[in-house]
Design a protein around this ligand. Sequence first.
Ligand SMILES: O=C(CO)COP(=O)(O)O
Length: 143
Amino acid sequence: MTARPTLALVAHDAKKDRMVEFAVKNRAKLDAFSLVATGTTGGRIQEACPELDIVRLKSGPLGGDQQIGAMIAEGRLQGLIFFVDPLSPMPHDVDVKALMRLALVYDMPMALNLSTAEILLRSARLTGLKSTSATPEIGGPAQ
Ligand SMILES: O=C(CO)COP(=O)(O)O
């Protein structure tokens, strides 16, 4: 049996309703993944879609973004959907940037808004998300 690819779901507060709508609409597709989420985002999705099995990490400002970043660096994540709020200052802005940076370093499929998330999910269904080998792109740091 092949292991299901792992997908991380994260949304800033102003985008949580949108994430819940996205999850409800795509619940059957999401069920094909092993799901992880930052704490509050995961709680909201779980409430709306109780059948989904979601591993909830810490809340973003308390280290959840960094936990997901560590999963990327260790090759334990295959995709990231992160609904970012571009209009509000964040106390943990450095963590948000660090997460996105690692996704870039490791060439992780990453959707930062609703329209790209829809595309990512469709393409993941068709082709399967690529497995990361925790090898950075050329020009990335040595392991
Ligand atoms: O802050 C976040 C991402 O930067 C999300 O964290 P929560 O899902 O706990 O709100």
